[in-house]
Write a protein that binds this ligand. Sequence first.
Ligand SMILES: Nc1ncnc2c1ncn2[C@@H]1O[C@H](COP(=O)(O)OP(=O)(O)O)[C@@H](O)[C@H]1O
Ligand SMILES: [Mg+2]
Length: 188
Amino acid sequence: MHATLTDILYELVQNALEARATLITVDYLEDDQTLTCCVGDNGCGMSTEEMKQATDPFYTDVTKHAHRRVGLGLAFAKQLCETVGGEFHIDSHKGEGTSVALVLPKHHVDMPPVGDLPYLFAQIMCFQGEYEMLIHRRRGNVSYRVVRSELRESVGELEDATAFSLVKLYFERSEEEVKEEAYGKNHA
Ligand SMILES: Nc1ncnc2c1ncn2[C@@H]1O[C@H](COP(=O)(O)OP(=O)(O)O)[C@@H](O)[C@H]1O
Ligand SMILES: [Mg+2]
């Protein structure tokens, strides 16, 4: 299978929305060696038992997403972390929310490609519904933060195609800046 890291993060955000979260935080933090991705939500949460089942590949409900490419859920995320010698953390409390963190060694041979990060950020900002989202991106000592409600104020309704293009462009520019500033213009 050819999943990208952005496919996995997309899935984690999808889980948060399915859990009826109204606040979702996404951190994507990178230094020379390590990539740390966290998705936190204030959705329905899980009990300890549910959490155990959710990260076990033999329990994942394969009938839920009939058209899914391959299982990209929690079990897969956990398995990836184990394969590359990273860390997988999940913390969840029933009725309070969930947070999932992946700590990954960037240069491990079995790391999947990152995928299109600006596209992912635009996608997760533009899902339908009333939810607040905070994206925090850091590369080296440069970072940016984007808040969904502020984006909406400047772009308007996020669900339409024009807004999506604008938001994607915004993230593409932000990524260019992060890369240039963090590593110099010749190292992007
Ligand atoms: N953020 C979350 N909040 C609450 N429950 C979650 C969350 N993420 C996952 N779960 C629970 O774990 C189960 C497994 O999630 P996942 O591995 O993505 O597979 P799927 O979404 O296909 O069921 C979900 O069905 C859900 O019950
Ligand atoms: Mg899922």
